[in-house]
Design a binder for this molecule. Sequence first.
Ligand code: KIV
Ligand code: ZN
Length: 385
Amino acid sequence: MSNKIQIFDTTLRDGEQVPGCQLSTDEKIVVARKLEELGVDVIEAGFPISSPGDFLSVVEISKAVKHVSVCALTRARKEDIDVAAEALHHAKRGRIHTGIGSSDIHIKHKFNSTREKVMEQGAWAVQYAKAKGYEVEFFAEDAGRADLAFLAQLVEAVIAAGADVVNIPDTTGYCLPHLYGKRIKYLFDNVKNIDKAIISVHCHNDLGLATANTIAGLMNGARQAEVTINGIGERAGNTSLEEVAMILQTHKDLDLTTGIKSTMLYELSTLVSEMMRMPVQPNKAIVGANAFAHSSGIHQDGFLKNSENYEIINPSDVGVPSSSIILTARSGRAALKHRLELLGYQPNKSELDQLYDNFLVVADEKKNVVDEDLITLVANTPILV
Ligand code: KIV
Ligand code: ZN
């Protein structure tokens, strides 16, 4: 089995569904070109039957990108698949992503159907999409809550119908990592001809486990990860691309690789956040404003002695220019001295002691002490003049 993980980016489909995040076709083209440069393998560009705007976006993204595969979402319906096939006409590599609910909850309460009928419809949709001449990916919606033996039968049926990729979504973000991993392993152990398709993982973050579940799926044989920039997506979001890429880059022991140019991650995060008007939470892993910021005295001292004491990733590896030391009332002398030196001051020990006492007064008042405050502090500390 290959150790290369395909990165399937759905920022422009699952991510763009979020209220307030809608982009124009021109904006989507800008994001798609950047995603291609970043090194993703597949861009899910939209759901063409859902609106004329989404149809146009899939057409224009198909023309705009050079080698990445462009994917269009459909339900397991003839009219959806016909429209998606038309929208992908200009794609150098096109993929139809079709599927249907696989949990009993979805089968009964969404489709008012039966397991047998759902299986038949899923296999039919794959066959119909395959005849259009594109790659076909099948999604078993709500697979995280599906009966496992039935899920295995469904996966086997869609592979027999010609699916190139089978997506096992945890649509509701319900699974625990070890159980999601076990689900994927069960499929590898029980589905005939599973090696004929790539198994894909698509996780939602309702319990904050999307990335952990994705990694568990990859560790159990899945070879495609469905992700979004900044983890944007329905409700609590999707698995974040930058987290998966950096977990695999940091944990060489997993022996899994991607084609992602990690030094572009911060740029992509900023682009998507600004265009989609969706701020990144400051403590977001990898790309949040505090991801490489050190604020407590103990951490700052250790970081200044050797950055590896408190950083497992070099910020430049993800395109963040440098780490930062935030001066607060929790900072110690080492951090204050470091920031003063950056400003060109070289206080000796007793000067630093006096500055530090005055600094604490300012820090208690201001919470976050910036360079201008330090310049004023030095000017107001008589020992230095
Ligand atoms: O979460 C989900 O199940 C989806 C499918 C449409 C793939 O987004
Ligand atoms: Zn989804």
